[in-house]
Ligand binder design. Structure first.
Ligand SMILES: NC(=O)c1ccc[n+]([C@@H]2O[C@H](COP(=O)([O-])OP(=O)(O)OC[C@H]3O[C@@H](n4cnc5c(N)ncnc54)[C@H](O)[C@@H]3O)[C@@H](O)[C@H]2O)c1
Length: 424
């Protein structure tokens, strides 16, 4: 691992893209003052840029409107850069900052094509930056516990895995029908945008390279065909809103009425939380559109089957049509079965004793309320500690692991599109 030039604490961060994710990592830095501090920001939207500068006391000369301006200084403005721009911009950002010597925290997915992911890896290898992709699920207390149990041999050899990602009906409507990840050309396909976490998690837990993959899925529901007679194209004008579980009016105003729910995803619709602005945004912007009258094309359900080295298999389902909740998983081993219905409480059934042990990983302090079940914080902590204490093994979403699971995700999507099994 390349040594940081200033191994002094705390590590300083440049936040590139002060949107949802940029703020998540910046806010986490505040909770770990001994390890991380935000000293610079690049963000075109004035409200978000100024908020970040204000909340972190960033000096005016360290506030930039774009990442290009920050990179053009030709200086390493901080020890680390957190790249939190949209998927298609990641490659250019990495190229802009890697050669300057930053340690790089890169949001997932790395990039919308396999070729671009490989170019990112090549760039990082060339400059020797400390590098982590934000596959935050690897860093939860729950995932660490599952990995420990599986690697200990307690359930024997893994033979197969069943894994469900319940996206949640309103999360699908918000992000993947109306929002930033609704249209493949503008962002990326669903499996990459949302479920690259799951493909990566499966590969982390199984711990073997994948050999074959097949996949099916489509957009069956959120399309014009399903728009009820009499529905308006804007929820604020729709007479059917009270009967529609996807109504933007009911959903966002319901959140506005409850202060505890003032945060994501309301802040994506309008960051000010005023009734006036929250009426204007759904009337004019993307988040007020009828879910049956958007320009979305990403799938609302998909299944993926993998065969890994040694004949181990996994089956994965992503579906919009669920409540919000944790991932559900069954791991079938030769000596026992491990299962969870919330990515938090683990049950292990032992074939020999025929007894079940329950382990509550939430009880270990990583609250599910924390970003991604504590994964956001786990990642930030691992990234900073890896650099400060020169412990590269703490980064479990580095170059090799990440490219492997990204390529698996691209292969699965190729299978869905071609109707054929794809081999590694
Ligand atoms: N790890 C996870 O679980 C997770 C969750 C959600 C999103 N993501 C990923 O994180 C990334 C960001 O997502 P988000 O939800 O924060 O999106 P966002 O739209 O809220 O934030 C992106 C920000 O980048 C800014 N930006 C655009 N051009 C820029 C430029 N030239 N220079 C600097 N900033 C620029 C935008 O103004 C915006 O504020 C995406 O790649 C997304 O797929 C990851």
């Amino acid at each position: 691992m390349k040594k940081t030039p200033q191994s002094t604490r705390p590590l300083t961060f440049l936040i590139v893209g002060a949107g949802g994710r940029g703020f998540s990592y910046a806010n986490l830095a505040k909770t770990m003052p001994g390890k991380a501090r935000v000293v610079a920001v690049a963000e075109p939207r004035a409200f978000h840029r100024e908020k970040m500068a204000r909340e972190h006391g960033i000096a005016p000369e360290m506030v930039f409107e774009t990442w290009q301006e920050a990179a053009a200084t030709g200086r390493c403005l901080a020890d680390c850069v957190a790249i939190c721009t949209q998927d298609a911009d990641h490659e250019a950002c990495v190229k802009g900052f890697a050669h300057l010597g930053y340690h790089i925290l890169l949001e997932k997915p790395m990039a919308p094509t396999a070729a671009a992911c490989k170019r990112i890896i090549a760039e990082v290898r060339k400059h020797g930056n400390v590098f982590a992709v934000c596959h935050v699920l690897r860093y939860t207390a729950y995932s660490r516990a599952v990995k420990r149990i599986v690697d200990s041999g307690r359930i024997g050899e893994i033979v197969s895995v069943e894994h469900l990602e319940p996206v949640g009906f309103w999360h699908q409507a918000h992000s993947f029908v109306r929002g930033n990840w609704r249209n493949e050309k503008e962002s990326s396909f669903m499996l990459l945008a949302k479920s690259c976490h799951d493909i990566d998690w499966l590969s982390f837990i199984v711990g073997k390279p994948w050999k074959h993959v097949s996949s099916f899925g489509s957009l069956v529901f959120f399309n014009k065909e399903h728009q009820p007679a009499g529905a308006a194209d804007r929820c604020l004008d729709c007479k059917l809103s009270k009967k529609c579980p996807y109504s933007a009016k009911e959903f966002y105003f319901g959140m506005l009425a409850d202060e505890k729910r003032h945060g994501w995803p309301l802040d994506v619709v309008d960051p000010t939380f005023t009734k006036k602005n929250l009426t204007k945004a759904p009337r004019e912007g993307p988040y007020g559109r009828c879910v049956f009258a958007c320009d979305n094309d990403v799938v609302d359900h998909q299944v993926v089957n993998f065969e890994y080295e040694g004949g181990v298999t996994s089956s994965f389902t992503m579906t919009a049509f669920t409540p919000m909740g944790g991932r559900r998983t069954r791991i079938f081993g030769t000596k026992g079965m491990l299962e969870t219905d919330d990515s938090s409480v683990i049950r292990i059934f032992d074939f020999l004793t025929q007894k079940t042990e329950t382990i509550d990983t939430n009880a270990s302090g990583a609250s599910m309320a924390g970003g991604h079940g504590g994964g956001d914080g786990g990642l930030m902590d691992a990234f900073c500690t890896a650099i400060l204490e020169n412990r590269p093994e703490l980064i479990v979403s580095g170059v090799d692991a990440t490219i492997e699971s990204h390529l698996a995700t691209f292969a699965a999507e190729r299978s869905r599109k071609t109707g054929r099994t794809v081999n590694a």
